[in-house]
Design a protein around this ligand. Structure first.
Ligand SMILES: Nc1ncnc2c1ncn2[C@@H]1O[C@H](COP(=O)(O)OP(=O)(O)O)[C@@H](O)[C@H]1O
Ligand SMILES: O=P(O)(O)OC[C@H](O)CO
Length: 494
């Protein structure tokens, strides 16, 4: 019998990727395409949904070619995606009625304020597990219905569909037939009741969102539909939000297992098992995945700007040519860095939740050079992670033994060492840092019987462990300075 493969699609914030994974859990080939970010106004971030789809389809085709396998050898497709980003399209023409409003977009801050004024904070937390913030899909959907000509009328007539990026891709891959999402993505909309697993009538009413717009919600490892390629029907059997997929891909199956992904943003998730647990410290409660008729939950600390700050050094300030170079430049500064960069370019996420914070640079002196700035920007990823981890340890009863890391910026050894130093925790990087892709592949593969969940742990190999070196005094002194800087960026734009 010929070897079978899983095709994983990872539609991220900065790029669309596709990977072919073999039965041993090894990535055979990978394709990636960056696509344009659209910034129409300060605080607004959009993507063109057609570009997203086209780039995803191109990577899908090229990755199969690169792997030199037959379409019939693909046993299943798994989809993982940037979460919260909102698309509304016309189901008759298949065309989006507006660009996708990206998770980083802050245009709906005032809609969030009005929800707070209506006293909905507690309801949102208890029902959706989230905090009221422009980050989630709910207020973005409301904004599109209110601001795009004829949108509300068409929505009421039942002509429009809403989706996070997974739904948009699924609908298109299934020949415009299947309008669905999985529980992990639904839990990021701020419209989904994560206990009763249904859309929340109160929030739909308050935000005036017709239910006909919404996708059906299914488990994460589930046969959603088929993608027909060259006459072969390939089942789509896994969908999860990218951060939940990374948690799965890292094999964090037990309560207390945690991972941190350093991509465009930084997302620290801890599996809390099948019991719902609400945070007292500014973290989100989210659905990790639905599998085998069970729902698993996670606590999440979302940091909006991480690798995006490195892109800012490259594309905005133009003081580096590539993200990789930052490691070399940071090491040029041997002395302790007096500069602190707070990259609050999209406000502050967990645990502060300040939509009005703005980025800032502190501690400049006459001898400050570009290397100090680069080093401080890398350090800001580690400091933000510490903020979130402290909150997580306040909530969780189990102390964290080590932090599993992945994502683009986890390749940076300077950053990973500083992360271990500032946390005073071992940082463990797997050989395969493509945890997101692996999570999508595993969810899809489990559904078609390629793997059992237990086998996944034995496929995971460690590349390097970073052990902490700072004295308590140094660690505390540096972190205190960071907290002082954070205080000064809060509530900047009133
Ligand atoms: N060696 C590196 N050092 C620091 N940052 C890096 C490095 N390599 C990649 N990055 C950053 O990581 C991000 C890309 O990671 P990735 O996991 O692909 O992100 P996403 O899934 O959000 O598109 C980019 O923002 C990039 O600036
Ligand atoms: O696309 P990424 O990897 O930056 O992830 C984005 C998150 O899903 C946003 O919540």
């Amino acid at each position: 019998m010929s070897q079978k493969y899983i095709l994983a699609l990872d539609q991220g914030t900065s790029s669309s990727r596709a990977a072919i994974v073999d039965e041993k859990g090894k990535i055979v080939s990978i394709s990636q395409e960056e696509f344009p970010q659209i910034y129409p106004q300060s605080g607004w971030v959009e993507h063109d949904p057609s570009e997203i789809l086209a780039s995803q389809l191109r990577t899908l085709k090229s990755v199969i070619e690169k792997a030199a396998i037959a379409t019939s050898q693909i046993a299943a497709i798994g989809i993982t995606n940037q979460r919260e980003t909102t698309v509304i399209w016309d189901k008759n023409t298949g065309k989006p009625i507006y660009n996708a409003i990206v998770w980083q977009d802050k245009r709906t801050a005032s809609i969030c304020e009005s929800l707070k004024e209506k006293g909905l904070e507690n309801h949102v937390k208890q029902t959706t597990g989230l905090v009221i913030d422009a980050y989630f899909s709910a207020t973005k959907t409301h904004w599109i219905l209110e601001n795009i000509p004829n949108a509300r009328e068409e929505a009421v007539k039942g002509n429009l569909l809403f989706g996070t990026i997974d739904s948009w891709i699924l609908w298109n891959l299934t020949d415009r037939k299947i309008h669905a999402t999985d529980v992990s993505n639904a839990s990021r909309t701020m419209l989904f009741d994560i206990k009763n697993l249904c859309w929340d009538e109160t929030l739909l009413t308050v935000l005036d969102i017709p239910k006909s717009l919404l996708p059906e919600v299914k488990p994460s490892s589930y046969h959603f539909g088929d993608f027909e390629l060259e006459g072969v029907k390939i089942p789509i059997t896994g969908i999860a939000g990218d951060q939940q997929a990374a948690l799965f891909g890292q094999g964090c199956f037990d309560s207390g297992d945690a991972k941190n992904t350093y991509g465009t943003g930084c997302f620290l998730l801890m599996n809390t098992g099948t019991k719902l647990q609400f945070s007292k410290s500014g973290l989100l409660t989210t659905i990790a995945w639905g599998i085998d008729n069970k729902i698993y939950y996670a606590l999440e600390g979302s940091v909006f700007v991480a690798g995006a700050a490195i892109q800012w050094l490259r594309d905005g300030l133009q003081i580096i040519n590539s993200a990789e170079e930052t490691e070399h430049f940071a090491r040029e500064v041997e002395e302790e860095n007096s500069v602190i960069v707070v990259p609050a370019f999209a406000g502050l996420g967990a645990p502060y939740w300040d939509m009005y914070a703005k980025g800032a640079i502190f501690g400049l002196t006459r001898d400050t050079g570009k290397n100090h700035l680069i080093k401080a920007t890398l350090e800001s990823l580690a400091y933000q992670t510490k903020d979130v981890l402290i909150a997580m340890q306040q909530d969780a009863t189990i102390p964290l033994k080590s932090l599993k890391v992945d994502g683009g910026a986890s390749a940076n050894n300077f950053l990973m060492q500083f992360q271990a130093d500032i946390l005073n925790t071992i940082v463990e990087r797997p050989k395969n840092s493509e945890s997101t892709v692996m999570g999508a592949a595993y969810l899809a593969g489990i559904c078609v019987g390629i793997w059992h969940q237990d086998e996944i742990l034995s496929q995971r190999e460690i590349d390097r462990k970073f052990t902490p070196n700072f004295t308590d005094e140094k660690r505390e002194r540096l972190y205190k300075k960071w907290l002082k800087a954070i205080e000064r960026t809060k509530n900047w734009e009133l």
